[in-house]
Design a protein around this ligand. Structure first.
Ligand code: PRT
Ligand code: ZN
Length: 216
């Protein structure tokens, strides 16, 4: 029997680029969340959903550990964290790409350019996969922020970072050389939801798909 008291726990970014679109999507799905930005969690008043507000980097781990059941997070974070979670649905917002960029005056003539170079990034795992697939040996220098300044201060020959408009690269005298991942926000889930949780997730997915259809 399905437990009528079951509530699905959704993790969303507490603040940052994905927060507003995540909350907007819930609203478009007809789900009322009483404001909870300064709280850790908030419950929907008209749907069996509880929303947890977290740093995006922590979301895959929380889902793997079943602290939350589902989450809205960028594919870039999902693949970099490499946790045991399942990507269920692409959400259509938070679009960006993970790209390798070099000094705008460099002649970039293909991935072999990167051989023996030092590349600064916050995405060492995804970058390492890309380099291996392309038989390139390069030094990956992991930094957590302001990756785009690394070439200018002599820390690296190239960077691997998220790009959307391209203006950050431009302002730092860099040019995009290689796109290694196209990313957008996705709904990820714990792999072992019980029947009651699955039923709620199916209802939510049905509404998300209806919202998407209405926009097309
Ligand atoms: O605090 P928390 O850890 O939760 O947030 P965060 O600072 O790690 O992430 P945040 O809010 O910056 O980004 C959240 C997610 O938004 C990312 O993981 C991506 O999935 C998505 N996203 C979409 C982006 C961008 N577009 C983006 N442009 N994330 C970051 N950027 C940055 C990029 O790193 C670079 O510094 O924006 C700059 C480039 O933008 P353009 O427009 O100048 O090219
Ligand atoms: Zn983050």
């Amino acid at each position: 029997m399905i437990n009528a008291n079951t509530v699905l726990k959704l993790a969303v970014q507490k603040s940052g680029r994905l927060h507003d679109d995540s909350m907007k999507l819930l609203k478009e799905c007809g789900i009322d969340i009483t404001n909870g930005v300064n709280k850790l969690k908030s419950e929907a008043s008209n749907f069996p959903l509880e929303v947890f507000f977290l740093r995006d980097d922590d979301i895959p781990q929380y889902i793997e550990d079943a602290v939350a059941d589902i989450g809205f997070v960028g594919e870039n974070v999902v693949y970099e964290k490499n946790k045991n979670v399942q990507v269920e649905h692409k959400l259509g917002f938070g679009k960006c790409r993970l790209s390798i960029a070099v000094d705008k005056n460099e002649t970039y003539d293909g991935v072999q350019y990167l051989q023996g170079k030092r590349i600064a990034t916050s995405y060492p795992l995804i970058l390492n996969d890309f380099l291996q697939k392309n038989n390139v040996t390069a030094e990956i220098h992991e930094i957590s922020g302001s990756v785009e300044i690394a070439p200018g201060i002599g820390l690296a020959h190239a960077i691997c970072d998220l790009v959307s408009s391209g203006s950050t690269l431009f302002m730092n005298g860099l040019k995009e050389a290689e796109t290694i991942l196209q990313s957008q926000a996705v709904l990820i889930r714990n792999k072992d939801l019980d029947e009651a949780q699955q039923t709620i997730l199916d209802k939510l997915l049905f509404r998300i798909q209806a919202v998407k259809k209405a926009k097309n």
